[in-house]
Design a protein around this ligand. Sequence first.
Ligand SMILES: [Zn+2]
Length: 252
Amino acid sequence: MTSPLAPSDTNCAAPATTAADTVPSNDDPRTAAWIKLQDGNRRWARGSTDAVHARSPQRRADLVAGQTPFAMILSCADSRVPAELVFDQGLGDLFVVRTAGHAVDDTVLGSLEYAVAVLGVDLVLVLGHEGCGAVAATAAAVRGADAPGGYVRGIVERLSLHVGAAHHAGVHENLDLSRWHAGATADLLQQRSSVLREAVFHGQVAVRAATYELGSGLVVPVGTRPAAADTRAAGLVGTREEAPASPLVPTP
Ligand SMILES: [Zn+2]
């Protein structure tokens, strides 16, 4: 399945010199983490698994003393997108934060900074998905429908800037909106969190975005790039289609 959205980006300017100047090799932990997720997703898509031992009582016992997950996943809470299953990973492999529409708030950012600064994950992945109800509800509200009530409204409000920007750029189909939103959320994490920006700058962690296809079970990358050193001019509207993908997060 292809999308009219090319690898995306914000319109923030890149710092003059960053760790991203060096393209990581497959030996780089950031790249290895992404390859590990991709390999696991291919197993999931074809109905196989290598994670039996990683979900065993022995593994459970081994992890009582502590955890060293290699990646953090920020994904939608949708019951059809469980990160450990769709990436065929085991106990202790992934630090997972899930909210409806992977909406970002202070506790999400705090969890992100814990994963990066304390657990030392090699990769932060934002995972949207096909058929996202939170994205659909936000798109309807942006087009003028009544916003949901209660605290669901807060989710729509948090997604509305991304969805509104996508609409402004001519993106309207649900999966394309989810791809846009995933890329924009990866950018947003870097804009909001100085801990993440510093870790990216020093080559300690990579940030990626992707969407999950419900039918095929496949995860499709969305391009992002490291945050600008100066985020004052950063925005979420603009040249996502034209911007190059980062060498730090090459799109396979
Ligand atoms: Zn969703």
